[in-house]
Design a protein around this ligand. Structure first.
Ligand code: HAM
Length: 415
């Protein structure tokens, strides 16, 4: 039998990588807390209805990528392909409109049955941020500042570009949609199969096409900005002015439309040129109509998500494993006592490991491999004389300490 492997498009996150994963989550959570975000969580499994209409029946995610199955009770459920729709479901289920504004941070696995390639998996992880109840363009700016702040905290800022666009309000989008249908209608035969389908379902998505033939046609397509209502144009201007005010670098990308249907006004991505075709690391935008569309009270909202695996691929710092205090007993009585010492240290919050037996030189080398900073060495004699030899691996020094001083001495040194 061949060796068991993870399912295509899924990956094990091994300890060295997981330290980076955790660092990303911690930096994202701590930075978001500075902007008022509170951690929360929703189920990975949701009813298929949560995603079907909200993300758009014509979107790739709903059309071909969602993991959907009938459970043993005959209900159709989906593994969440993103957080937003589930967060809105939770907002409505729990009547959270009574406590607005609300800023929620989450992270965890999401699932899309895409073709796996560099930077693209079928199970991946997002850090996700949603803000409910605030409609001012300054909020969009605050969120963009937060995305940059997280990128900076992770040392990724120089690798990213903020691409921003406005999808306008509903009226702007309807006008734009009509203009696109008229324009692309002239080239219908030349468009890719996917784009021909989108011509009726969601013509704006044609702008996003990766097909080379489509790209040539898209180059001369009408621009959205010519179709903004006055209110939509003013809104976008305010967002841009806010970015200028905070000196946040940006590029306006008029073809950025996003792959999900719920967006309006501000849409953005922080992209990189280091991950091939999968260039978006953070992405999101405003979705003022979604809460109402899902049956809740009309509530403005904006959010974004970051792909943790994509951040991991760009991350360059080394995150060391925690260094233990290593206990090396010599002789049977000391081995017995070692267990007490390890427990005492652990209860005091000090990570410790016991290297029970073997040649002392070998044990020292092993402690070096474990990156131990301190080693406690004792045998019968030391126990009888109330001392323990504490070796500082980094300083290269060794000193005998009376038993009652060991914990406080280590705590001071480790702090
Ligand atoms: P999204 O653009 O579909 O947006 O995904 C957000 C991020 O997840 C992407 O920028 C990328 O870093 C990562 N990502 C997406 N697909 C994959 C994949 N197959 N493999 C690895 N990473 C991937 C959303 O999910 C929206 N819910 C964001 C949002 C929140 N909008 C408003 N609030």
């Amino acid at each position: 039998m061949s060796k068991l492997q993870p399912i295509r498009g899924t990956k094990d996150i091994l300890p060295d990588e997981y330290r980076i994963f955790e660092t990303i989550v911690r930096v994202a959570k701590q930075t978001a807390a500075l902007y008022g975000f509170t951690p929360t969580n929703t189920p990975i499994l949701e009813s298929i209805d949560v995603f079907k209409r909200t993300l758009g029946e014509s979107s790739d995610i709903v059309g071909k990528e969602m993991y959907v199955f009938e459970d043993r009770g005959g209900d159709f459920v989906a593994l969440r392909p993103e957080f937003t729709a589930g967060m809105v479901r939770s907002f409505i289920s729990n009547g959270l409109h009574h406590s607005l504004p609300l800023k929620l941070f989450s992270y965890g696995p999401v699932f899309r049955r895409e073709r796996p390639q560099k930077g693209r998996q079928r199970q991946f992880h997002q850090v996700n941020f949603e803000c409910f109840g605030l409609s001012d363009p300054k909020i969009d700016v605050e969120l963009l500042a937060m995305a940059w702040h997280i990128a900076e905290g992770l040392g990724l800022k120089d690798k990213l570009t903020l691409e921003i666009n406005s999808l306008g309000d509903q009226e702007s989008r309807q006008k734009y949609r009509d203009a696109l249908v008229e324009y692309f209608g002239k080239y219908q035969q030349d468009l890719s199969e996917d784009s021909q389908r989108r011509l009726t379902s969601n013509p704006m998505r044609i702008l996003d096409s990766k097909d080379e033939g489509d790209k040539k046609i898209v180059a001369d397509a009408p621009a959205i900005k010519a179709h903004y209502t006055k209110a939509a144009a003013t809104y976008f201007n305010h967002v841009i002015q806010g970015l200028e005010q905070l000196n946040l670098p940006y590029t306006i990308n008029e073809t950025l439309v996003r792959g999900l249907d719920y967006y309006c006004h501000t849409a953005f991505e922080l992209t990189t040129d280091q991950l091939g075709a999968q260039n978006a690391v953070f992405a999101g935008g405003r979705y003022d109509g979604l809460v109402k569309q899902m049956g809740g009270p009309a509530t403005p909202a904006i959010g974004f998500a970051g792909g943790i695996e994509r951040m991991m691929a760009l991350f360059e710092q080394e995150i060391q494993a925690k260094a233990p205090v290593v206990i090396m007993p010599i002789g049977e009585q000391a081995e017995h006592e070692a267990l007490n010492w390890a427990q005492r240290l652990r209860m005091e919050g000090i990570y410790s490991e016991i290297l029970y037996r073997g040649n002392l030189g070998k044990r020292m080398r092993k402690a070096g491999d474990m990156k131990a900073q301190f080693v406690l060495i004792f045998g019968e004699e030391e126990l009888a004389e109330d001392r323990i030899n504490v070796k500082d691996f980094i300083a290269g020094s060794e000193e005998p300490l009376p038993h009652h001083k060991v914990v406080s001495w280590l705590k001071e040194k480790i702090a």
